[in-house]
Ligand binder design. Structure first.
Ligand SMILES: NC(=O)c1ccc[n+]([C@@H]2O[C@H](COP(=O)([O-])OP(=O)(O)OC[C@H]3O[C@@H](n4cnc5c(N)ncnc54)[C@H](O)[C@@H]3O)[C@@H](O)[C@H]2O)c1
Length: 425
């Protein structure tokens, strides 16, 4: 809980963890060269001067570096957690103590505390909201409609949040512009695929220390995240099975070399299950009932409703915690089902989320989206917007430069050829 040290309010686990958090934030920063360049430009140009900004995000080392960039640009920022289990308490402590940024987040906070922090964020009366999953924006619209007139715009980090924003737009309640950061190519191509791919397996391995080689690993959903999880699991020797509801994604998985089948069939053969759909109850009562003894089940989609854990609890004795983030359910038939991270994003509960190198591009998109909203205040239509494609190109170019990789440019002859139609066979 809060101590009296810094002269502003905050709600974190322990401010004395700050030195450890500061070292970790600095370590991540080494892998975030694009965001560093943006921070340096922001410090010189002050594009966010006077902006009141709330960020609802996983409170990780990478988010801390985003917060530093926004602060350098002149924003008055407040941070809350976007998930009760993803906060890195030492990072929250350093943000409060070393950077003077109010944070309201603790790893393991209750749902009530999580909701209270959302209210605290709205009490701050922000101009800009950075959201991850759309909980702050949904609460604003439902519970504080009178505050929406203060909003310059919002940005949304993840696929699930954008699905919700589009539903708000459809319902006619989204009265301000919202940038779909996830839909930038330099976000989902890399963060969702390579970030989730690696960090989800990292979470499973840290929680269980199991060998993936030779195991049947079922990936539920072959979207951007699912492709990454399947690709990396195959790389570690797992025998990967994919389930889908979209025929195009299913064909893609087949041609990528994976076995594809309905979840009803996969349930009986899987050793490990990972859901990444953004959808509800994709592993349901009948699937738990069909699983082998010792099956391991986890989720890396945004919300903890992909696994029907209510049904599993009804089918089982009270779960026993066998390791941190590992709970064993013994069903009526005596089989054991192992659930990781309480069904919340496993990469952020049992591991550290995506590596900094990939969040560099995601958060470059966030920082530039905030700048774009401020620059275009009052001129953007209400609704969901994409960042202009040249911003994507710019972020990719900066990333290449930081990696020391150069690429070719079109020659004048090629440019002319590509813009003409006369030359054929
Ligand atoms: N763990 C993380 O750090 C992280 C990172 C990025 C995104 N996410 C979240 O992961 C989820 C997936 O994101 P994405 O970008 O891959 O989305 P996506 O839309 O690209 O993919 C989701 C896939 O799930 C499939 N699907 C839906 N219902 C299904 C069902 N019942 N059975 C099987 N497949 C089903 C869809 O057809 C689609 O192909 C979202 O909730 C997103 O917010 C998590």
């Amino acid at each position: 809980m809060s101590t009296a040290m810094p002269a502003f309010e905050y709600d974190i686990k322990d401010v004395s963890l700050a030195p450890q958090g500061k070292r970790r934030i600095d370590w991540a920063e080494r892998e975030m060269p694009v965001l560093r360049l943006i921070r340096e430009r922001f410090a010189a140009e002050q594009p966010l001067k006077g902006v009141r900004l709330v960020a609802c995000a996983h409170i990780t080392t990478e988010t801390a570096n985003l917060a530093r960039a926004l602060q350098a640009g002149g924003a008055d920022a407040l941070l809350i957690a976007s998930n009760p289990l993803s906060t890195q308490d030492e990072v929250a402590a350093s943000l409060v103590s070393d950077y003077g940024i109010p944070v309201f987040a603790m790893k393991g906070e209750s749902t009530d505390t999580y909701r209270r922090h959302v209210q605290t964020a709205l009490d701050f009366v922000p101009d800009i909201i950075i959201d991850d999953g759309s909980d702050v924006v949904a609460t604003l619209i439902k519970e504080r409609p009178e505050y929406t007139k203060n909003i310059t715009g919002t940005t949304e980090e993840t696929t699930t949040g954008i699905v919700r924003l589009r539903a708000m737009q459809e319902a006619g309640v989204l009265t301000f512009p919202s940038i779909a950061v996830n839909d930038a190519q330099t976000k989902h191509f890399f963060d969702n695929r390579y970030g989730t791919g690696q960090s989800t397996l990292d979470g499973i391995i840290r929680a269980t220390n199991i060998l993936l080689a030779g195991r049947a690993l079922v990936v539920v959903g072959y979207g951007w995240c699912g492709k990454g999880v399947a690709l990396r699991a195959r790389g570690m020797g797992a025998n990967v099975v994919v389930t889908e509801i979209d025929p195009i994604k299913a064909v893609e998985a087949v041609m990528d070399g994976f076995r594809v089948m309905p979840i009803a069939s996969a349930a009986a053969i899987g050793d490990i299950f990972v859901t990444v759909t953004g959808n509800r109850h994709v592993i349901d009562r009948e699937h738990f009932a069909a699983m082998k003894d010792g099956a391991i089940v986890c989720n890396s989609g945004h919300f903890d409703l992909e696994l029907n854990l209510v049904a599993l609890r009804e089918m089982s004795e009270a779960p026993v915690q066998v390791r941190p983030f590992v709970e064993e359910y013994r069903t009526g038939s005596g089989r054991r089902i192992i659930v990781l991270g309480e069904g919340r994003l496993i990469n952020l509960t049992a591991a550290e989320g995506h590596p900094a190198s990939v969040m560099d591009m995601s958060f470059a998109n966030q920082a530039l989206s905030v700048e774009y909203l401020v620059k275009n205040k009052g001129t953007l239509e209400p609704g969901v917007h994409l960042l202009p494609p040249e911003v994507d190109q710019e972020i990719a170019s900066l990333k290449l430069r930081a990696l020391g990789i150069s690429i070719d440019a079109l020659t004048a002859e090629q440019l002319e050829y590509l813009s003409s139609w006369e030359t054929g066979t």
